[in-house]
Design a protein around this ligand. Structure first.
Ligand code: BGC
Length: 693
């Protein structure tokens, strides 16, 4: 039987320019260049500027540090997480959807495609991925990130960085603890060292240490009372001293920099998008007063220059404009959508049959709903809506209604398919504009969701249709978890389609009609009620962060989710046949045999969780420590191999750092955080491991 690796770091890192550059050479080039610069020229490297191109306009590229006299090219930065935000581009499904694919190899390809489109548009720094943990699914920018789980987020973010850095510099953001939108410019995130290192930072660390991300964007908020943009614990101690980060830090836009000397000394390298605190006069003044040492300026400038040489920005590399919205990227966007849809309920209604007569209902069915209209907004030349997808499906017989038709009308249909959910007006990056109905290139609305229920008109639509139709299928458009409890029992099938990108409609039709077998899994649990998540105040100015949120929090309370983390149905059935846990040198190798017991081919996502049973410290009941996706033809069986390094079993101690505690470790394997039929326990004592009977 064939065995495949659940995660292949070597494959993920392939082509990442940061890993391939000659550090000694880069360092000497950067130093030589620095030596030729005046203080004024050095300062120019440390802030955004109009340069000789557009800034923040139609071209959408933000420049910094151009010095053509010295042959130093500018950075040209551009968003973002679901595609190139400049002109027209391929709009991929939002990152939360991609998180549902549980497929880092696929995410690497998305990173590559977006990186390539950025390069084709003349950019060289991609302001993505967003790897802020989903502490609460009501966060407005939930759709921009991947997950509620740090391990899952770590692999997805790493894969994106490595893919993107085949072409451009990547910039994971927002460092750190940015997870509330409405008060993002002022909120203070309180956290202790343990929760910081174990829960809120491991995914950033992976992008830096394993992915060698070239830059990182700081966050607007405060952490433990200090703004992230001048927080030396984050920017120096953790980023540089602990993780060995060698790239540069740029501020988040507008209010991301709060001072001159404190920010520069703390390790903020570039103020974006323009100089305010990092203006020539202000920095020169601080240097004259001795508040900033010239060595500190040199240190920061060198970090900037090194990346320009490491990525070869000094020599003109050009990517053809034809690569923007090329066939290959569009079909990748469709593949990703197909792998991201999560089937949460299916009482014998899906897949649909071509002979069935369908009522397609809801304004959203014919709306281009690609996600929010904040900085991650992407415009595509063509967008395939659910309506387009079904209309173009060969042999589909359907009628479209904007609102719920009367019972006598619905009687004539075999199935009602309702498209319901949110839009940019309900959730997203909060851009307070007067124009609520933003369109085109406008940015608008967004903000946090104070409730996880759908807007009232959407719940009413589902209610009206389900009470009148023979069978109701809901396609749910959302950026993260929804409280579907009030209406889930009234419908026959629920497919979460997120914001499915520019090829979403095609993917929807293929999934509904069974050409594609749903294989997405929830990267964030769906609750039984809003209250299950505990306190959520979208206007909070102080937020306490702890060890437990999401499934960890529910586990603590011995509560079950409505649909747990990692859950998703398929048109076939998978079974874990056997599990072998083997102790190796500094890791465990876990081999899981899985079979497809149904009649159709499909992909499954196998998950591995670890519980620490008699720990001296407070620990989550279980934590995800491995996942892998398998494509299994009907009636076939395959092995998936996980590698769990000892370092993933440690907890963080303020004094001692990462500690591998002497205690019992239980490895549990299955298909969601609440469906773990196989487990095996190992004891660690002093330095040796033994299997428990
Ligand atoms: C957002 C960033 C984005 C930047 C540039 C900021 O307001 O928080 O995520 O990259 O704008 O558009």
């Amino acid at each position: 039987m064939s065995t495949i690796k659940a995660f292949d770091l070597k494959e993920i890192r392939r082509g990442n320019k940061a890993l391939e550059s000659d550090k000694t050479l880069v360092d000497s080039l950067a130093k030589a260049s620095l030596e030729t610069m005046t203080l004024e020229e050095k300062i120019e490297q440390l802030h955004g500027s109009k340069g000789s191109g557009d800034m923040g306009t139609e071209k959408g590229l933000y420049w910094s540090g151009e010095n053509s006299a010295k042959g130093i090219p500018p950075f040209k930065m551009v968003d973002g997480p679901r595609g190139l935000r400049a002109g027209f581009a391929t709009a991929f499904p939002v990152p939360m959807a991609r998180g549902a694919s549980f497929d880092p190899t696929l995410e690497r390809r998305v990173g590559m495609a977006i990186g390539e489109e950025v390069a084709a548009a003349g950019g060289n720094v991609l302001l993505a991925p967003t790897v802020n943990l989903l502490r609460h699914p009501g966060w407005g920018r939930a759709q921009e990130t991947y997950s509620e789980d740090p391990f899952h987020m770590g692999l997805m973010g790493l894969a994106f960085v490595c893919g993107a850095q085949n072409f451009v510099l990547a910039s994971p953001k927002h460092f750190a603890l940015n997870n509330l939108e409405t008060t993002r410019f002022e909120v203070n995130s309180e956290i202790d060292e343990r929760a910081l290192h174990e829960v809120y930072l491991p995914h950033f660390r992976r992008s830096i240490v394993d992915g060698c991300a070239a830059s990182i964007m700081s966050a607007y908020n405060k952490v433990n009372g200090t703004y992230c943009g001048e927080n030396s614990n984050l920017l120096e101690k953790i980023l540089r001293d602990d993780w060995g980060f060698e790239g540069f830090v740029e501020s988040d836009w507008l209010l991301g920099t709060r001072s001159t000397a404190p920010a520069i000394n703390a390790g903020m390298d570039i103020e974006m998008p323009a100089a305010y605190w990092f203006k020539q006069e202000k920095i020169e003044d601080s240097v004259a007063k001795g508040e900033i040492l010239t060595e500190t300026i040199d240190r920061n400038v060198l970090r900037v220059l090194r990346q320009k040489f490491a990525f070869g920005l000094t020599s003109q590399i050009s990517v053809s404009k034809e690569r923007i919205e090329c066939e290959e990227h569009l079909s990748l966007a469709q593949e990703v959508a197909e792998k991201s849809f999560v089937l949460l309920k299916n009482e014998g209604v899906l897949p649909l049959k071509a002979i069935q007569n369908i009522a397609l209902i809801g304004k959203l069915a014919a709306t281009e709903n690609l996600g929010d209209r904040g900085s991650s907004m992407v415009r595509s030349t063509h967008v395939s809506t659910p309506f387009d997808g079904i209309e173009n499906w060969n042999g589909a017989s359907f009628t479209f209604f904007e609102d719920a038709p009367e019972s006598d009308v619905l009687e004539g249909f075999d199935v009602a398919v309702v498209v319901a959910g949110y839009t940019y007006q309900d959730e997203g990056e909060y851009i307070p504009t007067l124009n609520k109905e933003s369109s085109g290139n406008d940015l608008a609305r967004g903000g946090d969701r104070s409730s996880l229920r759908l807007p009232i008109d959407q719940e009413e639509l589902i209610g009206a249709v389900s009470s009148r139709a023979k069978k109701t299928v809901v396609l749910l458009e959302t950026g993260s978890s929804v409280n579907v409890y009030p209406w889930i029992d009234s419908i026959e099938a629920l497919l979460v389609i997120w914001y499915p990108g520019c090829e979403g409609g095609k993917a929807i039709a293929r999934t509904l009609y069974g050409e594609v077998n749903p294989s997405g899994r929830l990267p964030a649990l769906f609750p039984k009620s809003d209250e299950q998540f505990g306190e959520w105040d979208t206007n909070a100015k102080e937020v306490k962060h702890g060890l437990f949120h999401g499934y960890r929090y529910l586990d603590c309370k011995h509560e079950k989710a409505l649909f747990p983390f990692g859950f998703g149905l398929s048109y076939t059935e998978f079974k874990v046949k056997s599990v072998f846990v083997n102790r190796k040198k500094r890791h465990f190798s876990v081999i899981v045999a899985v079979s497809n017991q149904g009649k159709v081919d499909g992909d499954c996502v196998v998950q591995l969780y670890v519980s620490c049973l008699n720990s001296k410290v407070d620990r989550a009941k279980k934590e995800l420590k491995g996942f892998g996706r398998l494509s299994l033809p009907a009636n076939e069986e395959m092995n998936l191999e996980f590698e769990v390094p000892d370092s993933d079993l440690c907890f963080y101690d303020r004094e001692a750092g990462w500690v591998l505690e002497s205690c019992l470790y239980r490895f549990s394997i299955g298909f969601s955080s609440e469906d773990l039929p196989f487990s095996q326990t190992w004891r660690f004592e002093d330095t040796s491991w033994t299997k428990e009977a």
